[in-house]
Design a protein around this ligand. Structure first.
Ligand code: FEO
Length: 618
């Protein structure tokens, strides 16, 4: 029995849903099914926009027959030849022997590859800009190459301002009785599937999707009819702006996607700990086991989040199988403009980190963080400092982390404990240094306080995961270099974002000054140095509180002391504008970008085969 939906007086949805398909295109799980849309226009001419997949062909043929109401079918517009939209073509020509197939020359070539009946004899060839007069409606063809295949075109009806958009603006998910996006809570219930569809199916072709959106921008559109998912008749800007964002490869949200591949749970352990540390820093996180979650979901998440952490064990001297597939997929889908950190694991030769970086190095604008973690079999307590350092580096790379105390405008609550309140304490910032044998080390702290002047005693609270902490606990001696406002950000990278357990934090220093206790201090961008000897220590869980006698104190400069607030306002880097695109030329037909100057006169677009005359400077 037919199942159709009227979407306008002379326009009927004659598609069908498939909820039994487990893998779309053999790769993408579709737990909510998929809709194959086809539309029948019953104007003076009867015009069918595409057909459907083989799986739903029978229902579709019933739908077309019913919607035609006994009329003949005059035209089938083949906007996209891919078999999920053309599988019923042959039957239609048998049922409606006079039907013409409206397509481009390129589409015809593909049709002849897929089918074995005489298509050329019934082809009505069109090209960009041509108009098919259906009667009241005038149907204009617009090339959309590589959205998603090279032959794709979309069709614009300038009378009712309807865009038949082929694969563009589509979504995974069967239509559950509703046909219009405004009949459901799309943002809540369907936007993840829309992103998963976009990113996996046409995510690779962002440039071409952008080119199509640009082409369409001058056309008034009141309804969008895609080949998958809902029809849009309200809030069109919602789906268009999503496609605009996704095609630009800019993230939707600031947050960290953590994907891990773990054999015995140890790489997973590191990923989980990092996620906790990032949450402690107020960052959003999403975490996936790449051996469990379908790659299409992680690809979709990579289009959503601004930061990506990839954690993989080493396997057969390479990246673990499922992670290797994911990284290849990320590169194949042209992921761009992301900040990436890597965690590797390996029992005898961890190599997965470097290999992941190498694979992703082909992608544009990937900001690899210096902080990385290399695990030998399982994480050990000393490496917690490295995870803290990685979490710090990730947090520091965020564009919009709130500066401490920046909660103005929110309601004030006088109950509970808001951890952000602690940022409003007027901390200073210091480099804490220690020495154990020949090894020097240092870290950044904000917890130096004078507790008595006679005897002159100070307290410092030091994180127990740090190497400096262990040195002080062992030797009982340390120096505090008081940072001044001229301290550069590199000091924080040098002493704060890496672990002294596997790094010589002083390796790049041009100075080598020490106080009388033999411990190094920082003579630059500081205004004082205090040497102290531990009198007592108290274990406070994450930190040790050291009470220490001051044994030497010297003023180094007249600069103002650096406060935590000053650091956030003036030293921590602000978001950087994206790098300017290289000079180049864009194909006006398909959006292919030629990078370089000049464009050779005989250049042929590798995608749509148009010549240099169809390129414009970008
Ligand atoms: Fe739904 Fe590119 O086919």
């Amino acid at each position: 029995m037919y199942c159709v939906k009227k979407i306008a007086d002379d326009l009927t949805w004659v598609g069908a849903n498939d909820r039994r398909l487990s893998m779309f295109e053999g790769i993408y799980s579709v737990p909510y099914g998929v809709a194959y849309n086809s539309y029948l226009l019953t104007d003076e001419k009867t015009v069918l926009f595409d057909t459907v997949d083989n799986a739903v062909r029978q229902r579709f043929l019933e739908n077309v027959a019913y919607a035609l109401g006994g009329r003949a079918l005059d035209y089938i517009i083949t906007q996209h030849i891919e078999p999920d939209h053309s599988a019923a073509l042959k039957e239609l020509t048998l049922i409606y022997p006079d039907v013409k197939i409206v397509c481009t020359e390129k589409t015809l070539g593909f049709l002849e590859q897929f089918f074995d009946f005489d298509i050329r004899a019934r082809a009505h060839i069109v090209k960009e800009g041509d108009i098919l007069d259906a009667g009241r409606r005038k149907l204009q063809f617009i090339a959309a190459p590589m959205v998603h295949w090279p032959e794709v075109m979309v069709t614009y009806d300038s009378v009712d301002k309807t865009l038949f958009s082929a694969d563009a603006f589509g979504s995974f998910g069967a239509l559950n009785g509703a046909i219009f996006a405004d009949e459901v809570d799309f943002d809540k219930d369907y936007s993840d599937e829309a992103r998963r569809y976009y990113s996996n199916i046409i995510g690779k072709y962002g440039t071409q999707v952008s080119a199509l959106i640009k082409k369409l921008s001058g056309l008034p559109v009141e309804m969008i009819c895609p080949l998958h998912g809902f029809v849009w008749r309200k809030n069109l800007s919602g789906i268009i702006s999503k496609y605009t964002l996704w095609s630009s490869y800019e993230p939707e949200e600031e947050g960290v996607l953590i994907a891990y591949a773990s054999v015995y749970g140890n790489t997973e352990n590191a990923a989980e700990i990092l996620a906790c540390k990032l949450r402690e820093r107020g960052l959003k996180t999403a975490i996936f086991d790449v051996s469990v979650t379908p790659a299409s979901e992680i690809i979709s998440a990579s289009f959503k989040w601004s930061h990506i952490v990839l954690a993989s064990t080493t396997y057969n001297a390479g990246i673990f199988v499922t992670m290797e597939a994911l990284v290849s997929d990320l590169a194949a889908h042209n992921i761009q403009n992301r900040t990436v950190a890597v965690i590797e694991n390996g029992s005898w030769a961890p190599t997965s980190g470097e290999l992941i970086r190498e694979k992703l190095s082909k992608c544009k604008n990937i900001n690899f963080l210096q902080a990385q973690l290399s695990i030998k079999s399982s994480l050990k307590a000393p490496q917690l400092e490295e995870i803290e350092a990685m979490a710090d580096a990730i947090a520091a790379s965020f564009a919009s982390i709130e500066a401490p105390g920046s909660k103005s405008g929110q309601d004030v609550s006088l109950s509970g404990v808001d951890p952000a309140t602690m940022f409003n304490l007027s901390y200073g910032l210091f480099v804490l240094t220690a020495k154990d044998g020949k090894k020097d080390n240092g870290c950044i702290i904000n917890t130096v306080t004078q507790i008595t002047s006679n005897p002159n005693r100070i307290s410092i609270a030091v994180n127990k995961t740090g190497h400096t902490h262990d040195m002080i606990l062992k030797t009982g001696g340390f120096n505090v270099s008081i940072l001044s406002e001229s301290a550069p950000f590199r000091f924080f990278e040098q002493f704060g974002f890496q672990s002294g357990k596997n790094t010589d934090k002083f390796a790049e220093c041009t100075y080598s000054e020490r106080t009388a206790n033999g411990i190094r201090y920082i003579p630059e961008h500081t205004n004082g140095v205090i040497s102290a000897k531990v009198a007592e220590s108290f274990d406070y869980g994450t930190h040790t509180l050291f009470i220490a006698d001051v044994v030497q104190a010297s003023i180094l400069s007249g600069e103002k002391s650096l406060t935590y607030q000053y650091y956030f306002d003036n030293i921590k880097p602000k978001p950087q504008p994206r790098k300017e695109e290289k000079a180049g030329f864009v194909c006006k037909i398909c959006g292919y970008v030629y990078e370089g100057e000049p464009l050779p006169d005989d250049f042929i677009c590798p995608l749509c085969k148009h010549g240099a005359e169809d390129f414009e400077r970008r």
